[in-house]
Design a protein around this ligand. Structure first.
Ligand code: UFG
Length: 343
């Protein structure tokens, strides 16, 4: 019998790619998603790739009663991967209470219900944002957690503390926080990808939309940083590589292999790329020259951050495989598909 994995936020960007990898590894996937920042057609995309349609329950996990009811129908969930959360840094500054409620209450509800189920533990979506601007690069998991620059970042810090406190209290489930660097790209089939609502905040969707003619130009925020070409440096990682790491973390929980009940790993490539390099990579892959301009620094941006991935490489036996060219090519293929662009 297939083991059943619950993926909250499984209709979202990283959640949907993880659902695909889980199904392809032989797991049964059930998704809870309130579709507040995603669409039901994502489930069609998962089915198109895998030939299997995961069950979708549409509700908000902040609703404790609905969550309990869900588990009554699914007492055999073996592990949970928890993606469902709000993720826009800027929006979190104007709607802090929404972020605290949505991101924290949902996790607390899951951890409260977990001991009443057969689930062995939970994998949590964390972020490199918890390091702020690290003093030493590449950043290891031992780097200090710095004061968050946004309510969104703060929710990730608080959630990691909640995971740690929860397992310290003597429960017998395990938790793993995965600290993502900058996920980009789409499934190579272009059946699923990122679906930002409105004007994208993130660099790569903004670039691909500019390439598709939806945005007039790409603004490069700041060219006077202390980096090789003056623009900010990030560790961009292919969403499919990231999804695979979730499968491995889930299997670590299922097998009880982890030495600690709470663990945390950096998920990046270990390579930093500048904003300029990303724009150039897009121009090379697409053969299109973008209309670009330099704009002032974006408030809250860190200058440079990229991961030391040796702990994830050694302990999880995971390594990112796909290159920047693959990331950009898949993002562009996806953008063209959803816009109906042929060439
Ligand atoms: N950038 C531009 N122009 C744009 C958009 C972005 O120059 O139109 C630059 C940004 O200034 C930054 C880089 O591209 O230097 C990457 O920006 P993103 O918004 O794509 O990514 P961030 O590194 O800011 O954000 C990521 C995650 C967040 C997380 C945050 C922590 O997307 O979820 O890291 O800093 F919280």
């Amino acid at each position: 019998m297939k083991q059943k994995i619950l993926v909250t936020g499984g209709a979202g960007y990283i959640g949907s790619h993880t659902a695909v990898e889980l199904i392809e590894r032989g797991y049964e996937v059930v998704i809870i998603d309130d579709l507040s920042n995603s669409e039901e057609r994502v489930i069609d995309g998962i089915e198109a790739i895998t030939g299997t349609r995961p069950d979708l329950a549409v509700f908000d996990i902040c609703d404790e009663a609905k969550l309990e009811l869900f588990f009554q129908g699914h007492p055999d969930v073996a592990a949970i991967i928890h993606f469902a959360a709000s993720k826009a840094v800027g929006e979190s500054v104007s709607k802090p209470l929404h972020y605290y409620r949505n991101n924290i209450v949902s996790l607390v509800n899951l951890l409260e219900v977990l001991p009443t189920t057969q689930a062995k533990g939970l994998v949590f979506s964390s972020s490199c944002t918890i390091y702020g601007q690290p003093d030493v690069l590449p950043v290891t998991e031992h780097a200090p957690v710095k004061k968050a620059l946004s309510p969104y970042g703060n929710t990730k810090q608080i959630c990691e503390e909640i995971l740690q406190d929860a397992v310290t209290s003597g429960v017998d489930y395990r938790t793993i926080a995965l600290r993502y660097f900058n996920p980009i790209g789409a499934h190579p089939s272009a059946e699923i990808g990122e679906l930002p609502r409105g004007v994208p905040n993130n660099l790569v969707p903004f670039i691909t939309q500019t390439g598709a003619g939806i945005r007039e130009k790409i603004s490069i925020f700041g060219d006077d940083y202390d980096t090789p070409d003056g623009t900010c440096v990030r560790d961009y990682i292919h969403v499919v590589d990231l999804a695979k790491a979730h499968v491995i973390a889930t299997e670590r929980i299922l097998s009880g292999k982890s030495s600690e009940k709470y663990e945390y790993f950096n998920l990046g490539t270990g390579k930093g790329s500048s904003v300029k390099e990303i724009v150039e990579a897009f121009e090379k892959v697409s053969g299109k020259e973008l209309n670009k301009t330099y704009a002032p620094r974006r408030p809250g941006d860190v200058e440079a951050v990229y991961a030391d991935t040796s702990y994830a490489n050694d302990e999880l036996g995971w390594k990112s495989e796909l290159e920047l060219g693959d990331m950009i090519a898949s993002a562009w293929k996806w953008e063209k598909k959803i816009r109906g662009i042929d060439s």
